[in-house]
Design a protein around this ligand. Structure first.
Ligand SMILES: [Zn+2]
Ligand SMILES: [Zn+2]
Length: 204
């Protein structure tokens, strides 16, 4: 059920991995989910492979080939779901690929725990606290009931706007009380008393 794309610079081992996937996982048909792998290796390693394969020596020739479409390749590589460093022997690469469990369906459709923890990370990105970044998600029957991130209470000036003396202090805020609420507190304030038996996901 997975379609896998592989991107990487020259002699990074893209074809080796594609062949391995075909061999080990019978990748012949079109599959609806798409996973992008980036593969790379140190320049020296790729240069050695190039020399060996093309029977050439000139480093500048190698670099000409390497730098062709470099920006485009990099841009796509940054979008990859994960990056594989392929610097060693093929046997090590194959072992690594096996351990990665690339075709595990959880990669494309995470289980609930993974999903809600990822969501907690996303929630954390909305924090206004300059000291830490925490996100919390409250879930009931696999549905999100409330979210919360740490920071000053609703209606108050934000921590990152200088409202919390404690968070702004160099001494770690020992001399004054922190005004920032915990992510869990903020999430619990949202749900109220009625919602019992929730599961709390928090990324701290
Ligand atoms: Zn703060
Ligand atoms: Zn504070």
């Amino acid at each position: 059920m997975i379609l896998i794309g592989i991107i990487g610079p020259i002699y990074s081992g893209k074809r080796t991995i594609a062949d391995w996937l075909k061999r080990e996982h019978e990748f012949t048909e079109r599959r609806p989910f798409f996973l992008l792998l980036a593969v790379d290796a140190e320049l020296r390693v790729r240069y050695e492979r190039w020399k060996h394969s093309e029977n050439k020596e000139n480093f500048n020739d190698f670099m000409d080939q390497n730098d062709k479409n470099w920006n485009e390749i990099r841009k796509i590589m940054y979008m990859a779901d994960f990056i594989i460093t392929n610097s060693s022997e093929k046997a090590d690469l194959y072992k690594y690929l096996n351990d990665l469990d690339i075709t595990n369906p959880v990669r494309l459709r995470p289980d609930y725990d993974t999903y809600f923890m990822n969501l907690a990370d996303l929630v954390a990105s909305r924090t206004n606290c300059i000291k830490r970044k925490v996100g919390c998600v409250l879930v009931k029957d696999s549905r999100v009931i409330a979210t919360g991130y740490n920071g000053t209470a609703r209606g108050l000036k934000n921590c990152n706007e200088g409202n919390c003396e404690s968070c702004s202090q160099e001494d770690g805020g020992k001399s004054s009380t922190c005004k920032c609420l915990h992510a869990e507190e903020n999430a619990l304030l949202e749900v109220g008393r009625e919602n019992k038996d929730c599961i709390l996901y928090c990324n701290t």
